[in-house]
Ligand binder design. Structure first.
Ligand code: THU
Length: 158
């Protein structure tokens, strides 16, 4: 995805749902800004690839995350999962949207497969806001990013 399909100008989400569960263009812009602020806290001495995340819950709370790498490389955690873990530890599990930010200027940052599955634990119908440092963004549902997914309700079918 390297088209600059910014929807800042008209405030309409790329999937046509402009006010999905209270997600206004103003809130989107706030999440975009906060995800880029969170990026400043990234601990990424190995990859030198800072990532930030800002997660909005149904009560309007915003939780930040950044990637936290480790000298034992495989123990590093992505920004998206850090934000989710922070939220869950504070009693928040009903999510509306998450903005993700990196320093890559000509493409929207997209969550890795592991993070998509961790997001999926908390539903498929929420919005993921892919951003660029310019502030432009591209919004898709988690269902778009992870179709035919496995989630907690499948366990109940057994
Ligand atoms: N990373 C994230 O935190 N989120 C993403 O969406 C992509 C990648 C991190 C993991 C690692 O610390 C660094 O970026 C390089 O992969």
């Amino acid at each position: 995805m390297n088209q600059d399909s910014s929807c800042q100008e008209d405030g309409v989400l790329n999937n046509g749902q402009s006010h999905d569960r209270g997600l206004t263009p103003e809130l989107i812009q706030k999440l975009v800004q906060k995800s880029h602020e969170a990026k400043a806290f990234a601990h990424c001495p190995y990859s030198k690839f800072p990532v930030g995340a800002a997660l909005l819950d149904q009560d309007g709370r915003i939780f930040l995350g950044c990637n936290v790498e480790n000298a034992c490389y495989t123990l590093g955690t992505c920004a998206e999962r850090t934000a989710i873990q922070t939220a869950v530890c504070q009693g928040s599990t009903h999510f509306i949207a998450m903005a993700v930010a990196s320093d890559v200027e000509d493409e929207f940052i997209t969550p890795c497969g592991a993070c998509r599955q961790v997001m999926r634990e908390f539903g498929s119908a929420w919005q993921i806001i892919l951003t660029k440092p310019s502030g432009s963004y591209y919004v898709r549902t988690l269902e778009d990013l992870l179709p035919f997914s496995f989630g907690p309700e499948k366990l109940a079918l057994k």
